[in-house]
Design a protein around this ligand. Structure first.
Ligand SMILES: C[S@@+](CC[C@H](N)C(=O)[O-])C[C@H]1O[C@@H](n2cnc3c(N)ncnc32)[C@H](O)[C@@H]1O
Length: 309
């Protein structure tokens, strides 16, 4: 499933799963075995899995297809963005995270998925009295999660459970159990709604007109053009001219508070001959504030540079 193609966020889940049902999420589903078993065990629920690894995406999709699972879909996206932007508040019945990469070294702390910001996203999208479930083989990680949720005013948490009985388990969990290795679980139950600022609620398509005639040298000189605010940043990496010389393609990188997107902006003229800056629609980015800023600032800069000639 490709949420980039939506013109509305949070997503309207009824268009993906027509029968209203209980919605649950697995973050970092790996080979997809757990997601498939979970979906088969609860056929009246609907499941969404997030993964960053393309190889895992392919494996899971093959499994879902082979086992004819219709109540689950997978999304190739960072779960931090996906949970915050794709689900309305109080909409998820369960969020599962099995054996996340722990990133034990302090210098890699930022890569850990579970931090205070993420717990607030969970506190927004989970339904009240429903749980985020973390299972790990790293005791310190479970203790870290326990402390995080204990300190949160949006959750209640009882203890770190040792070797919890679970109706569905992962392939490696099964192997570890057979080898006598310990697993730890933290079940954090949502008690109050956490406020969260969403980036995509206003998903207006950005564009800018260029008032003067456009010449290739002015556009090519945009390579390296950059803009930033406290939370957003963009840079024009490369500029390509179309073979027919009727327009340009700009490779742009934009970052919103750590979320990076690589995409293309086109500069060409519309049917009435006006030059226009807009997003290329081949692989559209999410229209975050940094992406919109890039389009508008490139438009402004083109007007400034063309007008001063
Ligand atoms: C250690 S593996 C565990 C896989 C699986 N849950 C299991 O128990 O076998 C962690 C998985 O989380 C995925 N992952 C890491 N960060 C992620 C993120 N921000 N959003 C979605 N998936 C992520 C990784 O690609 C990897 O497949």
């Amino acid at each position: 499933m490709n949420p980039r193609l939506s013109d509305r966020y949070p997503l309207d889940w009824q268009t993906y799963f027509p029968k209203p049902a209980t919605l649950a999420v697995e973050i970092g589903f790996g080979n997809g075995g757990f997601l498939v078993d979970w979906a088969k065990r609860y056929p009246d629920w609907q499941f969404v899995g997030f993964e960053l690894s393309m190889e895992s995406m392919e494996r899971a999709q093959r499994k879902l297809f082979r086992e004819d699972v219709k109540n689950a879909c997978v999304i190739h996206e960072d779960a931090r963005l996906g949970l915050r932007e794709f689900f309305p508040e109080n909409s998820l019945t369960h969020v599962m995270m099995n054996f996340p990469d722990p990133w034990p070294k302090d210098k890699h702390r930022k890569r850990r998925l579970l931090d205070e910001d993420f717990s607030e996203i969970l506190g927004n999208v989970l339904r009240e009295n429903h749980c985020y479930e973390l299972v790990t083989d790293q005791q310190w990680y479970a203790e870290h999660a326990f402390e995080l949720f204990s300190a949160s005013k949006y959750f209640s948490v009882d203890s770190v459970e040792l070797n919890p009985p679970r109706p569905v388990i992962t392939k490696y969990e099964q192997k570890w159990r057979e080898m006598g290795r310990e697993t730890y679980r933290v079940l954090a139950e949502k008690k109050a709604i956490a406020p969260v600022a969403r980036l995509l609620e206003d998903s207006e398509m950005p564009h800018a007109f260029i008032e003067e005639a456009v010449d290739a040298a002015t556009v090519k000189a945009l390579e390296g053009f950059t803009g930033n605010t406290d939370d957003q940043l963009f840079v024009v990496k490369s500029v390509y001219e179309k073979i027919d010389r009727e327009g340009f393609l700009l490779q742009v990188i934009a970052k919103d508070a750590g979320y990076k997107q690589d995409f293309y902006v086109v500069i060409n003229h519309n049917s009435s001959g006006r030059w226009l800056v807009k997003l290329d629609t081949t692989q559209p980015p999410y229209r975050t504030p940094a992406v919109k800023m890039a389009v508008w600032e490139i438009g402004k800069e083109m007007n400034r540079r063309s007008g001063s000639k």
